[in-house]
Design a protein around this ligand. Structure first.
Ligand SMILES: *Cc1c(COP(=O)(O)O)cnc(C)c1O
Length: 375
């Protein structure tokens, strides 16, 4: 079965093998050397002033960012399940919470966030997804962050980049916390989260809040190439391996470029079949289609073509399907997927099969490669 869900994503064989080595004790020079190297690679990936790893899923890092950086009221953008989660975290910790709510296909605007921040002096942090995975939506986070900092520089900007870090280059100039998770674009098993922090964020964290998710304890220890509690050694070894492979291979720039090219070609191929892209501004992390036969298409992809794509949640259950674009994906795999979607539509009697999807994908994908090579 081809795993094409936008998290978890497939783990490359070389990474699986690196994680199959006998367990290392975490308080040893051997492991500290691995942590040091992985940390250096993480700085290149995140481009933030500080970076910490947490033995938790992405939600743990969301919670750590909120509790350590918001002491009064959190403004969160809820345009999907993950945006909604930030509001729930704030409430669970007794913080004030103001929410900007949108349908799951609609990005937040700079103006509405600025207006909310201006209207509520209690807001000391905002939280938003860069790529909201519930509907495959891209929020204009960098622009929002810049505008917020212009009016209230002390407001902390928390950006959930769990399906954005490793997908595209993110301008972190005005971002205080950038969150990543292992099982999405980083192609690892679930269980490791990463928080990149600005100098201002580290300053605001001070002594930190909470116990296990106290970022001050982790910053202190990880600067010494160790962790506050038992390190997720296997996952950190896997992270170091994948980041090194990317670096020593074609580099992050090529990964971002391939991802953008593949996401665009996939969307064009599916639109050429008459399908509709759901989000008003699509993220590059996934291709999201809304369709009355979404469930049937998804079922056929699984049973007849060995492709596992994700469906929708809550009110979008059975209404959308989401095809992963994160990680190192061969274009021939994506050709198989778009061709399978076309065959599924033929089986459903929607349109006769004529090879449109794979033709359009190949044209779009390889034309842009030829163009960049001839420059
Ligand atoms: C998957 C995901 C999360 C949650 O991560 P978990 O690892 O399931 O805790 C948060 N935000 C976004 C955008 C995600 O895609």
């Amino acid at each position: 079965m081809l795993l094409f869900t936008p998290g978890p994503t497939p783990v490359p064989e070389s990474v699986r093998l690196a994680m199959a080595e006998p367990t290392l004790h975490h308080r040893t020079p051997e492991f500290e050397a691995i942590l040091k190297e992985t940390r250096a690679l993480l700085f290149e990936l995140m481009a933030t002033d500080e970076v910490v790893m947490l033995a938790s899923t992405g939600t743990g890092a969301m919670e750590a960012a909120v509790t350590n950086l918001c002491h009064d009221t959190l403004l969160n953008v809820n345009a999907g399940k993950f945006g909604e989660r930030f509001g729930k975290i704030a409430k669970a910790h007794g913080l004030g919470n103001i929410e900007i709510k949108h349908e799951w296909d609609t990005p937040a605007t700079v103006a509405e966030v600025v207006e909310a921040v201006k209207a509520n002096a209690d807001i000391d942090a905002i939280a938003i997804q860069i790529s909201e995975s519930a509907g495959g939506l891209r929020h204009p986070v960098e622009e929002i962050a810049k505008a917020v900092k212009e009016i209230r520089p002390e407001v902390m900007v928390i950006a959930d980049g769990i399906t954005a870090v490793g997908v595209e280059r993110i301008d972190v100039t005005h971002i205080d916390a950038l969150i990543a998770g292992s099982q999405k674009a980083l192609m690892l098993p679930p269980g490791l989260a990463i928080v990149g922090l600005s100098h201002a964020a580290v300053e605001k964290i001070g002594e930190g809040k909470g116990y296990y998710l106290n970022l001050a304890s982790e910053i202190k220890k990880q600067r010494q190439n160790t962790t506050a509690y038992t390190a997720a050694t296997t996952l950190i070894i896997g992270l170091g391996k994948i980041l090194k492979e990317i670096k020593e291979g074609d580099g992050l720039g090529k990964l971002y470029c391939d991802t953008a090219r593949r996401a665009k070609a996939t969307r064009f191929a599916l639109e050429a079949l008459g399908l509709h892209s759901y989000p008003k501004v699509p993220a590059r992390s996934m291709t999201t289609i809304d369709d009355e036969n979404a469930k049937e298409i998804r079922d056929l992809l699984k049973t007849d073509f060995g492709v596992n794509v994700a469906g929708g949640q809550d009110h979008l259950k059975g209404k959308i399907f989401r095809i992963n674009q994160m990680g190192l994906i061969e274009p021939y795999e994506m050709v198989w997927v778009v061709n399978a979607v076309e065959l599924a539509l033929a089986k459903l009697g929607r349109r006769p099969y004529d090879g449109t999807a794979s033709r359009v994908f190949n044209e779009e994908y390889f034309k842009s490669i030829l163009k960049s090579e001839s420059k």
